[in-house]
Design a protein around this ligand. Structure first.
Ligand code: PLP
Length: 369
């Protein structure tokens, strides 16, 4: 997978990409309405449905990174004046709130400190009290490494006309994501985390109930590019395949190959590999004297925030890992800047050998001080 010269990507994304996935993007191009490409689009949609454990007809990759998936969901599901409950325990919950505001909604924040999970009951209570039209949460908050419990939200919202929106940018592929079983109405992800494809696409799935909301909007969404009804006209099998925008052919082909790679490993084994590798990291870090930001019961396997020990310069640590050992890790975001560094074990990156290489590099950095 690696020639040895490029950095080992153990940060918050992008994650390492298999050569065959890169090669899929390098194949000679075909037109975006070529029947062979249309067949590959259909295959991508069906593999995404399987990955998200959903039968949602509207399931496709949005052109753009994870934030485009977030904006597509918000722009289509939120209308002027809608009350939207947003769980905020990190940077990305805050980003959803900002998008809701920009698209005319009224964000109602349910906040806990960075590094903690939000009690599901609190989210449900606020949604019920305020008759919210949308409840949005981040499943794996990449700025902290918290895995937010979401399995009881939909049943708590029963009887309300409140859609459940989930950010699965970092969680999809690394931990179970059960769209239908958990009653999720809309969920978006990104290609550069546990799917191990290059950044540039945002898988999005929308339930029939939520799509009905999209169809019955009082006004079209403010975004033309991310208008889901227009996108469906291009992507829908058996539909008009009407030109909307030029599909990023190479990116979609590399995503197709990444999804085929994913399918070669049973989901339960893939999830177990992520957890096993993360536990190996956590044990090794503890031996080196590091402490972690997030309590183990709500810690994501894919992303670990490591507290920077007193007297250690976090930026110098990351610089040394990259320059002296060829390993990229991430810095802290928002209020955690300088206080943590972030280790991503996502997709192909989730291997014990990678963890061993990182632990050796960290030990060497500590010795050299
Ligand atoms: N949501 C989460 C949880 C993320 O981790 C990220 C990116 O790291 C995003 C949204 C935004 O994705 P992108 O940077 O691909 O636009």
């Amino acid at each position: 997978m690696s020639s040895g010269d490029e950095p080992l990507l153990l940060g918050p994304g992008p994650s390492p990409v298999a050569v065959r996935v890169l090669e899929a993007a390098a194949r000679p191009l075909v037109g975006h309405l070529d029947p062979r490409f249309l067949a590959e689009m259909d295959e991508v949609r069906s593999m995404l449905r399987e990955l998200c454990e959903t039968g949602n007809p509207f399931t496709l990759p949005i052109s753009g990174t994870g934030s485009a998936g977030m904006e597509a969901a918000v722009a289509n599901l939120v209308e002027e004046g809608d009350s939207c409950v947003i769980g905020v325990n990190g940077v990305f919950g805050g980003r959803i709130a900002e998008l809701v505001r920009r698209h005319g909604g009224e964000p109602l924040l349910v906040e806990v400190p960075f590094g903690e999970a939000i009690p599901q009951e609190r989210l449900i209570e606020v949604a019920r009290d305020r008759q919210a039209r949308l409840l949005a949460v981040v499943h794996a908050e990449t700025s902290t490494g918290v895995l937010q419990p979401i399995d009881r939200l939909a049943s708590g919202l029963e009887g309300l006309d409140c859609l459940l929106l989930v950010d699965a940018v970092t969680s999809l592929g690394g931990v179970p994501v059960r769209v239908d079983a958990w009653g999720i109405d809309a969920l978006y992800s990104g290609t550069q985390k546990c799917l191990s494809a290059p950044p540039g696409l945002a898988p999005l799935t929308v339930s029939d109930r939520a799509f009905k909301r999209v169809r019955s909007r009082r006004a079209p969404p403010h975004s033309w590019y991310l208008d889901l009804q227009l996108l469906a006209g291009y992507w829908d099998e058996g539909g008009a395949r009407a030109y909307h925008h030029t599909a990023p052919v190479a990116a979609i082909r590399s995503l197709a190959e990444a999804l085929r790679v994913l399918q070669e490993e049973p989901a339960a084994e893939r999830h177990e590999r992520h957890l096993r590798t993360a536990r190996h990291l956590w044990a090794g870090l503890a031996e080196l004297g590091f402490e972690l930001l997030v309590e183990e019961s709500v810690r994501t396997p894919m992303l670990t925030s490591v507290l920077v020990p007193d007297g250690v310069d976090e930026a110098a640590l990351r610089r040394s890992l990259l320059a002296d050992h060829g390993i990229e890790v991430g810095g802290g975001l928002g209020p955690l800047k300088g206080r943590v560094f972030r280790v991503g074990l996502m997709g192909h990156g989730a291997r014990e050998a990678n963890v061993d290489r990182l632990l050796e590099a960290l030990a060497s950095f500590l010795r050299s001080r």
